[in-house]
Design a protein. Structure first.
Length: 212
């Protein structure tokens, strides 16, 4: 591009030297440049965003990220697009301008991750006993770290349940294994210990107004 721009200026200068009126040529080139610039506006914004992503590197290949409303593993980052591979093996091609101008969540940045889960038990249950059951499930899981220790505490007193926040820690590669296996293990452990897990229900009271 630089070569052709320099050649155009040289040709215009030579023509002007020989007395040729170059004002119309310059105007034509200017209009053509404006049209090309407008046509390439989206591409240039993607290019600028790609440069920023490659310089600041908020993520890299093989990282799991959330960006532009999509989640997946980064398989390629180039000057114009970022390519993700989803869990169901779809290829998602995202223009870099959509990523750089929005929030980026990099799930692979830190080697140790906390996995947040919520469990509710009935008000009549002993919270100390509930915590003991949950701690036992977490301690037996091979991928849950002892240090930092899991966080198990009452978070909310809900309308019909006492809600626990459970946050075990694991290595990044085991995050989804913990997220999708531990809830079932805790559910089974609570059932085995006869700890009630409430569900939304409504009490209906019938009043007989017949005074006969």
């Amino acid at each position: 591009m630089a070569r052709y721009i320099i050649l155009a200026f040289v040709i215009i200068a030579v023509l002007n030297r020989f007395g040729v009126q170059t004002a119309s040529i310059i105007a034509l080139l200017g209009a053509a440049g404006l049209a090309i610039g407008l046509a390439l506006q989206g591409a240039m914004s993607n290019l600028a965003a790609g440069v920023m992503l490659l310089v600041f590197r908020p993520y890299k290949v093989n990282d799991f990220i959330e960006a532009a409303g999509r989640f997946g593993k980064v398989t390629e980052v180039d000057m114009f697009t970022t390519i993700l591979q989803t869990f169901d093996n779809q290829q998602v091609i995202i223009p870099n301008s959509q990523i750089w101008g929005a929030q980026i969540i990099n799930h692979s940045h830190h080697p140790i991750r906390g996995v947040d889960m919520h469990f509710g038990v009935a008000y009549g249950e002993d919270t100390t006993a509930v915590r003991k059951v949950i701690d036992g499930v977490l301690a037996a899981h091979p991928h849950i770290l002892k240090d930092p220790a899991p966080f198990v505490e009452v978070e909310t007193l809900n309308n019909s349940s006492v809600d626990f926040l459970v946050r075990p820690f694991c290595k990044g590669e085991h995050y989804f294994d913990i997220l999708y296996t531990v809830p079932e293990l805790i559910k089974k452990a609570l059932d085995e210990n006869n700890i009630e897990i409430p569900f939304p229900h409504r009490k209906v009271i019938l009043v007989n107004e017949n005074k006969d």
